[in-house]
Design a protein around this ligand. Structure first.
Ligand SMILES: Cc1cc2nc3c(=O)[nH]c(=O)nc-3n(C[C@H](O)[C@H](O)[C@H](O)COP(=O)(O)O)c2cc1C
Length: 153
């Protein structure tokens, strides 16, 4: 299975850690939106999309990239994010966009990430050290489960 993980990690490199863990498990290539053209995506069986969460949504770089993609037919996708709250529900917006493009969203992963936005900086931020080793293990487990799901479908 040929997989590509597309990520954007701006605030503290939190999402890049998760992107690398998922990519390593899936033996996937890893790129940012600026390093890949929509046309190149067609050669992959699975595409992953992730970033930090900014005001409740994935970073504009990822959202804009997906919005510019051509319509596909049932191509497998996974979504992931890191955020202050660590909520998986933050991924719903991106999953919906992908489904509207014709993707089959086979998995969603979220965890907490170090956050020093605004006044949080004054208290040294929240979630220091996250994603941690346990988060990375969870991300790898998630990637293995996605691979299994695709294999058995
Ligand atoms: C401008 C800004 C807005 C943010 N908005 C949210 C938010 O709405 N909800 C949340 O849980 N975390 C929020 N965060 C925290 C980030 O999502 C979190 O630190 C994330 O792990 C950053 O990922 P990155 O280091 O890969 O960019 C925000 C951070 C910044 C800098």
């Amino acid at each position: 299975m040929k997989a590509l993980i597309i990520y954007f990690s701006l605030h503290h490199g939190n999402t890049e850690k998760i992107a690398r863990a998922i990519a390593e498990t899936l033996k996937a290539e890893l790129k940012t939106p600026d390093e890949v053209t929509p046309q190149e995506l067609l050669q992959y069986d699975l595409l992953g999309f992730g970033s930090g969460i900014f005001f409740g949504k994935h970073h504009r770089k990822i959202v804009d990239f997906i919005q510019k993609l051509p319509q596909v037919q049932g191509k497998n996708a996974l979504v992931f994010s890191t955020s202050g709250m660590g909520r998986k529900s933050f991924n719903q917006h991106l999953s919906k966009l992908l489904e509207e493009k014709g993707f089959n969203v086979v998995g969603s992963f979220a965890c907490r990430g170090y956050d020093t936005y605004g006044p949080l900086k004054l208290i040294g931020g929240i979630n220091r050290g996250r994603p941690n080793q346990k988060d990375l293990e969870e991300a790898k487990k998630f990637a293995r489960e996605v691979a299994e799901k695709i294999k058995s479908s």
